[in-house]
Design a protein around this ligand. Sequence first.
Ligand code: KIV
Ligand code: ZN
Length: 503
Amino acid sequence: MDNRVYIFDTTLRDGEQVPGCQLNTVEKIQVAKQLEVLGVDVIEAGFPVSSPGDFNSVVEISKAVTWPTICALTRAVEKDIDVAADALKFAKRKRIHTGIGTSDSHIKYKFNSNREEIIERAVKAVKYAKRYVEDVEFYAEDAGRTDNDYLARVVEAVIKAGATVVNIPDTNGYCLPADFGAKIKYLFEHVDGIEKAIISTHCHNDLGMATANTMAGVLNGARQVEVTINGIGERAGNTSLEEIAMIIKCHHDLDLTTNINTQKIYPTSRMVSSLMNMPVQPNKAVVGRNAFAHSSGIHQDGVLKNKSTYEIMDPHDVGIDDNAIVLTARSGRAAMKYRLGVLGYDKFTPEQVDAIYAKFLNLADKKKEINDDDLLILAGVDTKESHHIKLEYLQVVSGVNVRQVASIGISISGEQFEAAASGNGPVDASINALKKIINRKMTLKEMTIQSISKGSDDVCKVHVQVEHDGILYYGFCANTDIVAATVEAYIDCINKFVAKKEK
Ligand code: KIV
Ligand code: ZN
């Protein structure tokens, strides 16, 4: 069997379904180009029939990217397939990914159908997609809970109909690794003509087994893996690209290869995290802040004597560059631009570089050293420019044994408003003052504050969730001042629901 494992990245489709982390088309193109640099084989760029935005992203990514195959998702519905084919018209290599639920629960409750009819619909969809493209992938949704015998019949039928790749998703992240591996093995032993297609895994992480299940699939013959950067995705997410790529790189004994340039893993992880405003947990395998940080005395001693005692992979192999140039207020525009280029941001116009450099100098006044995460935040698309509601000033009195009060000034479409309020702390006082001006029913549901690196002068990132009219809105801001960042993140949410109402 071929030892090449194809990497199918679905960060921009399944990954992007994380509530509050949607990207605009410009940001998606940026990620797609970085995925190309990373060396992925397939980029699933969207679900074109689902919205004009998704359609447009597939069109623009198809134009922007050269080597990877661009894939568009559909249901087993002719209209979806027509729209996907249209969205893919500029792709140099294109694939339609169509499919239908095959578990008894999907057949009965989702489709009110029966097993034979589902096979017919699957075959019909593959044949229909083949009229547009040669490369057709079929997914058997909820394959993880589909009876193996029936799944084998579905897989055999779609391969006969022309599917070039067959995806076996563990949609609900339910399978145990041994069972998922056995499922793939069963298919190889029972499907006539299985050698004509590539078998793909698509595992979700609901029980924390996505990577283990994916590897079990590969060890039993799957040669495509569907993954996302940082393992992002709905609920507990999808299999992480970086984990699979590094397992295959570190385990020479498996005799498997991928096309991934592993040194691009870390910059790609930072880019996705920054654009999606989605923090990476510090202990995340391969890309977490602590993934290579040894803090116990025994470990530090061992690593200093010989790295291999406790390090199974070299941080440089995933692109962690501890010789990174430290940028300070004295650094010039060229140094900043160079570092942005290393991080994958190399397409700025001179005017954009000037604007980022101005923000850079501003931050460098408050913070001695500017690190990669700071730069990514500075370089991120400044969505606040188009906001109706802007924070003009914030003054807070806080401390121990004092009354915590805040006064705030905001502008709404250019008109100035001011208010003051007290609270049980500086954040509470500031939000109370803000609510005196924006008199709507809104509740802060969640707030996370995360420092970027270390030091009391660090930039902190604040994510908030605010409920309004039964809907959750996600807001984000980064600032050296925690209270200001929180208030700005809150205002980010308000701008979102105001914009929604205006549509
Ligand atoms: O999880 C899943 O089953 C999917 C399919 C649409 C491929 O994302
Ligand atoms: Zn999925």
